[in-house]
Design a protein around this ligand. Structure first.
Ligand code: T5A
Length: 212
């Protein structure tokens, strides 16, 4: 595919999304393709303020699941219109660290908000901008959480990292269920392998699908 397209990366905390996005950008850049790297929540000035509210604001401990869902969607709506759509129009490959499937899984499956409003709000936020490919990096919840906590050097976990292990197991199961229901959009990779091995598997899939 020579035009622009969107690849999202999903997985639980510490699954290795950020690491793999950086490795993929190196490979794509070496072929001469221009990339835009972005993340959710965040990516725009408005989105980064929402990110801070969702993760670090001391008053956010009182946040109810419905508010949380709408804030993630608000950040995403801004990101699509301000960055993702223009970049794709310019022929860039957008690599997004989390996207609408995070809401389906974290707020829908793990927080147990009904599927219908989650789907409707997701659709309202992104319009037609569905990923051309979603890479799920699958790791057992305990491995991902250990990595995430080691990376923050024992510093305080943010609000989203303070859930029970059951919550992150539901997240993992939610992603795997989603991938089984939409195999044409998802590629699941075992994230317990070495980063270079995972990167090679993702690259092979991208070449197969997009011929880059
Ligand atoms: N959320 C988000 C929702 O609830 N709903 C939504 O709609 C959205 C969009 C975002 C939080 O918000 C929630 C989900 C999250 O709880 P975040 O700060 O963006 O939080 O954090 P995460 O997306 O969870 O990202 P992390 O930074 O925790 O993890 P990554 O990016 O998956 O992992 P990465 O690459 O930073 O690696 C973590 C550590 O592991 C090492 C790395 O070197 C690093 O130290 N590592 C490996 N170690 C061994 N083997 C490998 N293969 C490794 N790969 C990486």
């Amino acid at each position: 595919m020579k035009g622009g397209f969107l690849i999202s990366f999903e997985g639980s905390e510490g699954s290795g999304k950020t690491t793999q996005i950086a490795l993929l950008e190196d490979r794509l850049s070496a072929t001469g393709r221009k990339c835009l790297l972005t993340r959710e929540p965040g990516g725009t000035p408005i989105g980064e303020k929402i990110r801070h509210l969702l993760k670090f604001d001391e008053d956010a401990t009182a946040m109810c699941p419905e508010t949380e869902l709408l804030l993630f969607a608000a950040s995403r709506a801004q990101l699509v219109r301000e960055l993702i759509d223009p970049a794709i129009s310019e022929g860039k490959i957008v690599l997004c660290d989390r996207y609408l499937d995070s809401t389906t899984v974290y707020q829908g499956v793990a927080r147990q908000i009904s599927a219908d409003p989650v789907q409707m709000i997701n659709h309202f936020a992104v319009g037609n901008r569905v990923p051309d490919l979603t890479v799920i990096i699958d790791v057992p919840a305990n491995i991902g959480l250990t990595r995430a906590r080691q990376r923050s050097n024992g510093g305080d976990a943010d609000r989203m990292e303070q859930e029970s292990i059951d919550f992150y197991e539901r997240v993992r199961e939610g992603y795997l269920l989603l991938a089984r229901s939409l195999p044409e959009r998802f590629f699941v990779v075992d994230g317990a392998q070495e980063p270079d091995v995972i990167s090679e598997l993702i690259w092979a899939e991208i070449k197969r699908r997009f011929g880059v």
